[in-house]
Design a binder for this molecule. Structure first.
Ligand SMILES: [Zn+2]
Length: 282
């Protein structure tokens, strides 16, 4: 059985110069800490090899150029989001080392999504796919379901799919580790991991994405395109149906069971938060 050995971040910070590391530690100890952002931050600090407060827009552009060369657009976007969020944290706490214009406009580096013929699933199509999953008969179909949900629920990149087999999951923390990034997974994926706890091992190949989606297409009576479902169709569907909880890192599908309404004061109105946040402090 393949195993994944992730080196805890705390060990990876040890080689950083103390003046650089302190920014990482400060963010890590903040109440806005997110491990996925932290992992990006650490990579960026290593790349820049200078304290965060003296990183310039040109340094940032150099980083993005390297990332774009070696990563998919979504990964680059994720890095930009992480650094944008971390710089806002330092600026917002009115840290004199970080003036309000620090790394201004870096969000513009985000790549505009590549135009393609990708098409999100309609409600009827999604319902048909789920009906097929309920009726699954064999292991190959279980893999198709799992791969579909990885992309649909979490927008896992193609090259990361191999790292998200059920046996790779850190079940206690509900995360997959893809290269240096930790991807939090939701209740739906947790359920599928339980269902497929023996893992898929040798039957799991990267080309399985296309095979899985082709197989799923056959069960769609109302897919009027002259091609099979593609990875990007599922990514578009993720954007259409999966929502970020405003109160926690959880992302969940827009199914009623996943969401609750909570009263927000003093706004005196109700907002949706994920059902895992029910009873939690807002
Ligand atoms: Zn939540």
């Amino acid at each position: 059985m393949p195993t994944k050995c992730a080196i805890p971040i705390k060990y990876r910070t040890e080689n950083l110069d103390e003046h650089i590391r302190k920014f990482y530690i400060e963010y890590q100890e903040s109440d806005v800490w997110k491990s996925a952002y932290g992992s990006h931050f650490l990579y960026c600090l290593q790349f820049w090899n200078k304290p965060f407060n003296i990183v310039t827009s040109d340094d940032f552009k150099n980083l993005i150029a390297v990332l774009k060369k070696n990563n998919a657009p979504d990964t680059v976007k994720n890095y930009i989001s992480s650094i944008s969020s971390i710089k806002s944290y330092f600026i917002n706490k009115q840290d004199p080392r970080f003036p309000s214009g620090f790394l201004d406009g870096i969000e513009k580096e985000k790549i505009i999504g590549n135009p393609s013929d990708a098409e999100a699933l309609t409600l009827a199509q999604l319902a048909e796919i789920r009906a097929f999953f309920k009726d699954i008969k064999n292991r190959s179909e279980l893999i198709s379901e799992y791969i579909f949900e990885l992309i649909f629920q979490l927008k896992i990149e193609k090259k990361g799919i191999m790292s998200c087999a059920p046996q790779m999951a850190d079940k206690d923390r509900r995360v997959f580790t893809i290269e240096d990034n930790e991807i939090q997974y939701n209740e739906k994926i947790a359920q599928l991991i339980e269902k497929n706890s023996e893992g898929f091992e040798d039957k799991w190949k990267p080309g399985r994405i296309d095979t899985s989606l082709k197989h799923i297409t056959k069960h769609l009576s109302n897919w009027n395109k002259s091609r099979d479902l593609k990875y990007n169709d599922i990514v578009e569907s993720h954007r259409k149906y999966v929502i970020q909880c405003p109160n926690c890192p959880n992302k969940a599908e827009n199914l009623a069971d996943n969401w609750v309404l909570v009263r927000i004061e003093p706004e005196n109105n109700y907002r949706l938060v994920c059902s895992e946040c029910k009873g939690r402090r807002i």
